[in-house]
Design a protein around this ligand. Sequence first.
Ligand SMILES: [Zn+2]
Length: 209
Amino acid sequence: MQKMKKDDLVERNTFDAEAEFMEYLRENAPDDYELFDESKSGYSYFENMLISNISKSIPDLINKMSEARGVSPDVYVFCLQKEFVNALCFKKNQHYYIGIYSAAYVELIRRTQILAGYLVRDGQWELYKNRNESELQALLWIDAFRMILTHEFMHIILGHCDTVCNKEAFLWEVSNSDSQNALKNRKQQALEMFADAFAAEDAVQQIFA
Ligand SMILES: [Zn+2]
């Protein structure tokens, strides 16, 4: 028994989630992938900063979501440098991986910029009048990103990732599959609906908590 425990500890200490994530992508994805790197991204300083900051807080967000649901999935999240909006998740060796494309981050950041500008300058809501636009944008961005993260987390704890990844390498947000396949599309939409319904339920619980 002693020996097993020690080996378990060694396995945990030497486990490299980033390496396992990238290796799986190299072996199974139809495309080449690179991790987000702010020195190469081409995004603005502020956008890079928002992406880097949220990336650091993701483990904490995942822990809070797990505690709230009474579950403890082993989840790792990475930002992939891609100039279109998508996200994927998969399971490997009992670890769950979420890859969110950088364009999804930036698209949301740019939308929250427009929203913050509107709320501060033209909105009717007193709460947002005379606020610092960048600060408000950052707050709105965190809320918006949490919705994406919660949605992906729900795919994992509802078992969608296990089910889909039994047959296919990835659960995609924006499906690359043949749009002629109506049944498959309907199944995917049903999973999306479930993930959103549960994510919304969590958001409501947080408001009343
Ligand atoms: Zn989804």
